[in-house]
Design a protein around this ligand. Structure first.
Ligand SMILES: Cc1ncc(COP(=O)(O)O)c(C=O)c1O
Length: 381
C-alpha cells in the first residue's frame, strides 16, 4: 500500500516523505456524487457548500476545488481565517462568513475580498459603518426562527431594514436562518421555523435581493419546503447522513473519507497474557494481535476502546485493549493478515463513520472533525 507523503502547507508542512503508514483518502468521485445528490434534491437552489472546520475534517484544500468543479455556487466558512485559506485557492466562488465579522478589524479584509457577510447582531452593523469605507458589501441578515443561537428576532427586522436604507452601497442578498431539528424531519418544529422564516420574508423580503437561505443537509434531503434560493449543505457533501440511525450509504450518499493505516507488528499472546496500557485486557485464549499505526494522537477516539469494528485486509475484526497515542490493537486471530496488511479504521472500505460515532455516543459531525492534522489527507479519484 502506498501512502501519501506530504500535506497541505497552511496547516502543517512535512518537509520529508512521511513513512508512518496512516492516511485519510479523500474521494473526489464521492464528493462529485454527493454534489449531484444535492442538485437532485434541490434542483432550483444555488448550492453554498459548508466547508468550515477544514471541510468537516476532510481538508478544505482538497475538497473545495473538487466541489467547485462539481458546480457548487459558493462556499460557507466559520471564520475569516477559514475564508482566507479558501480565498488562497482562487476558486472564484463567493465565500460566505456564516457568523459575519467577529470584530471591527475583520471588516476591511472581508470588504476587500468581497466576502458575503451574515449579520446577526447590531454591533456588526456598527463595525461595517466604521470600517467598510465605501465598499459595496453583500450581506445576509440572520433571523432567529426558533433555534435561539444567532440572529435578529423577527419583530426587530422592520426597524433594522429601515436603518439599512442609509447604506445604499450595501446589498442585502437575503434572509438566512438555521434549522434546529432537520435531523428529525418529521418534527413539527421544522415547519414552525419555516413558517417564521416565511413571515419574515413577507415583511422585509422586498428590501432584499430575494436570495434567502434556510436548509442545511437535513433540509436539503427531507424538507423541500426549506430550500429557498440558497441551500447550505455541509455534512451530506462528505457522504455522511444527518439522520440518526441512517448511514449516508442508505440515503444515496457516498462516504468521502477512507481513514487508512496498516499493521506494523504482530504479537502472539498466550492465555492470560495482558495487552497494552493499564494491562487492561487479558487474552482469554491463544490469540494473534495486530499493532496498527493509529491512535488517539491521530484522532482515533480512545473511548471507542475495545471491540470497535475495524477492517483488516478486507476482513472485519475488532480493536482490542486500550488505544494508545500512536497505536492501537486489532484482533487477527481469525484474520488472514501479515505485517503491512491494510487497515481501514473508518469510512469507505471500513466501518461506517456514522456507526462509530453512534457507538461513541456522538454525532458524525464531531467524529469527522476529530481526525488530527498529523494524518495526511490524500485526494484520490
Ligand atoms: C449556519 C450553518 N449553515 C449550514 C451548515 C451546514 O449544516 P449541515 O452540515 O448539517 O449540512 C451549518 C453547520 O453546522 C451551519 O452552522
Amino acid at each position: 500500500m502506498h501512502f501519501f507523503h506530504g500535506i497541505f502547507s497552511r496547516l502543517g508542512v512535512y518537509h520529508w516523505r512521511m513513512t508512518r503508514p496512516i492516511v485519510a483518502d479523500i474521494s473526489a468521485a464521492a464528493l462529485r456524487h454527493n454534489v449531484a445528490v444535492v442538485r437532485e434534491h434541490a434542483p432550483r437552489a444555488q448550492i453554498m457548500a459548508a466547508v468550515k472546520a477544514n471541510a468537516y475534517g476532510h481538508a478544505v484544500t482538497l475538497c473545495a476545488p473538487v466541489l467547485a468543479e462539481a458546480g457548487v455556487d459558493a462556499f460557507a466558512v466559520a471564520s475569516l481565517e477559514e475564508a482566507e485559506a479558501l480565498h488562497a485557492l482562487r476558486l472564484e466562488r463567493p465565500i460566505c462568513l456564516l457568523g459575519g465579522p467577529f470584530d471591527a478589524d475583520e471588516v476591511s479584509v472581508a470588504a476587500a475580498r468581497a466576502y458575503l457577510l451574515v449579520i446577526h447582531e447590531q454591533r456588526q452593523l456598527r463595525w461595517l459603518e466604521t470600517h467598510a469605507g465605501d465598499a459595496a458589501l453583500r450581506l445576509f441578515i440572520k433571523v432567529d426562527t426558533g433555534m435561539h443561537r444567532l440572529g435578529f428576532a423577527p419583530e426587530r427586522l422592520p426597524a433594522l431594514f429601515a436603518a439599512l436604507q442609509r447604506y445604499p452601497r450595501w446589498e442585502v442578498l437575503g434572509l438566512m436562518s438555521h434549522l434546529a431539528r432537520s435531523d428529525t424531519p418529521d418534527d413539527p418544529f421544522n415547519r414552525q421555523q419555516a413558517g417564521v422564516f416565511a413571515d419574515a420574508i413577507a415583511h422585509v423580503g422586498h428590501a432584499t435581493a430575494g436570495q434567502h437561505s434556510l436548509a442545511n443537509s437535513g433540509g436539503v434531503l427531507a424538507l423541500p419546503f426549506t430550500h429557498q434560493h440558497w441551500v447550505r449543505p455541509g455534512l451530506m457533501l462528505y457522504g455522511l447522513s444527518p439522520f440518526a440511525g441512517r448511514r449516508g450509504s442508505e440515503i444515496g450518499l457516498q462516504p468521502v473519507l477512507s481513514w487508512r493505516s496498516a499493521v506494523v507488528a504482530i504479537r502472539e499472546l498466550g492465555p492470560g497474557d495482558w495487552l497494552g496500557y493499564g494491562a487492561a485486557w487479558q487474552a482469554p485464549a491463544h490469540c494473534r494481535v495486530g499493532v496498527v499505526a493509529a491512535g488517539y494522537g491521530d484522532g482515533y477516539p480512545r473511548h471507542l476502546g475495545c471491540g470497535a469494528p475495524v477492517t483488516v485486509a478486507g476482513q472485519t475484526t475488532c480493536t482490542l485493549a486500550r488505544v494508545s497515542m500512536d497505536m492501537l490493537f486489532v484482533d487477527l486471530t481469525d484474520v488472514e493478515a501479515d505485517i503491512g496488511a491494510p487497515v481501514v479504521l473508518m469510512g469507505a472500505g471500513g466501518p461506517p463513520l456514522e456507526s462509530l460515532a453512534a457507538e461513541l455516543g456522538t454525532i458524525s459531525y464531531e467524529m469527522s472533525c476529530r481526525m488530527q492534522m498529523r494524518v495526511p489527507r490524500r485526494l484520490v479519484s
